[in-house]
Design a protein around this ligand. Structure first.
Ligand SMILES: Cc1cc2nc3c(=O)[nH]c(=O)nc-3n(C[C@H](O)[C@H](O)[C@H](O)COP(=O)(O)OP(=O)(O)OC[C@H]3O[C@@H](n4cnc5c(N)ncnc54)[C@H](O)[C@@H]3O)c2cc1C
Length: 366
């Protein structure tokens, strides 16, 4: 344990799912832990549309699905956090949209296997993990520098008014390219570590997701699943996103246009989504009560310039060196992208967190 009582033994950088799960596990193992987060609230890529009046969760602007039948780590954490799931609504025809000059077509399409949704969304995982921490997350504090010395670490924060944070170990629970590009490392990271961080793209970084909220899921009554596949967009792949009993009523869709086209369409993107929904569901369809868009490509804590220029491919397993303790075990890299299981996904974030907790236990006893 840490001999310097005023310093946390371990600092976790990043209050995304991985950082919070790691912090909870390390706390349970008896370590003193501090979580530092650049944004003003925890969650990272898990971001929700909330009721402006009550603050209640309504819909997801980040991840939506988990596959517990194929993802044992996710299944374990759902149990551990006492969460429950419900099936993705898929009953009825899907709409194939060919743009304003053609009538949409209805088809029965095959659905994904095993994807379910969490009651309360992935936000429920974040809330449950935050409530397990002994202290609050230090929010609105971006770590801009990490100095590694023989006797410990010193972390510099973006707000120059804040003193450097000292600790014995640091868990870098942020996407690899962000860890390389936005943190000044002293001494410089070895070439092999820097290269490994560089090759790992941030999963979903080039994407944008939109949520349309409705008074009711009217499409269900018309024999439609809510699924839209479009060759023109803006939404190229949309799904029913309503709550377990159909409330709140919602659709979500991926905005298939490249980041530059989206940026150029802004602030008219929302109108174009409304037009597309009318085109797909018909002029007699109810209007969405609101539309919410998260463009992850414009988020510098998610997307690096390289993420926006190379083609998006399914996440691969990162080089082993990112799973090995660096600087005598003082620095541990985490985030979903460093996982062996389901890298880039929710399961990857939890898998990486478990590896970090096991790694700290090994160093402590080894
Ligand atoms: C649109 C979208 C859809 C997705 N859909 C799915 C899905 O359906 N199913 C699925 O399994 N996964 C999905 N994912 C992926 C899923 O969101 C991620 O796997 C998961 O949220 C990653 O968590 P993380 O903690 O590893 O990283 P992050 O969520 O990126 O957390 C990193 C945290 O570190 C903070 N941070 C960064 N730099 C610093 C710094 N220097 N100092 C302090 N804090 C810093 C960030 O603000 C952030 O809070 C989706 C992602 C997106 C964007």
């Amino acid at each position: 344990m840490n001999s310097r009582a005023s310093h946390p033994e371990i600092v976790v950088i990043g209050a995304g799912l991985c950082g919070l799960a790691a912090a909870a596990g390390l706390t349970d193992a008896g370590h003193s832990v501090r979580v530092i987060e650049a944004r003003d609230e925890p969650g990272g890529r898990i971001r929700s549309v909330v009721d402006a009046r009550t603050g209640d969760y309504l819909a997801d602007l980040g991840p939506t699905w988990v596959w517990p039948v194929y993802q044992p780590v996710v299944a374990r954490w759902i149990d551990a956090l006492d969460l429950s799931t419900f099936d993705q609504f898929i009953d009825g025809d899907s709409i194939l949209d060919y743009g304003p000059d053609s009538e949409p077509e209805l088809h029965q399409l095959p659905s994904q296997l095993g994807n379910v949704r969490l009651v309360g969304g992935p936000q429920a995982m974040i809330d449950a993990l935050v409530s397990r921490l002994p202290g609050p997350v230090l929010a609105s504090a971006q770590v801009t520098g990490i100095s590694v010395a023989k006797d410990g670490l010193s972390l510099q924060l973006s707000d120059s008014g804040m003193a450097d944070v000292k600790c014995d170990r640091v868990v870098v629970a942020i996407p690899p390219r962000i860890a390389l590009n936005t943190i000044h490392w002293e001494p410089e990271l070895p070439g092999a570590v820097a290269r490994a961080l560089t090759v790992m793209s941030t999963w979903m970084a080039p994407q944008a997701k939109a949520v349309a909220l409705y008074k009711e899921p009217f499409w269900r009554g018309r024999g439609l699943s809510g699924r839209i596949l479009s060759q023109v967009g803006p939404l190229v792949d949309a799904h029913d996103h309503s709550g377990p009993e159909g409330t709140p009523a919602a659709l979500f869709g991926f905005v298939g246009w490249p980041p530059q086209t989206r940026a150029a369409a802004d602030p008219h993107l929302e109108d174009q989504i409304r037009s597309q929904l009318v085109r797909c569901f018909g002029a007699d369809s109810p209007e969405p009560t609101s539309i919410h868009v998260a463009d992850w490509a414009q988020d510098p804590l998610v997307a690096s310039p390289r993420d926006l220029t190379e083609p998006m491919s399914h996440p691969r397993v990162s080089p082993d060196i990112l799973r090995e303790p660096y600087a005598n075990g003082r620095v541990l890299f985490a985030s979903a992208e460093t996982a062996v299981r389901s890298p880039g996904l929710i399961e990857g974030a939890l898998d990486a967190a478990e590896r970090v907790v096991a790694g700290v236990a090994k160093v402590a006893t080894g």
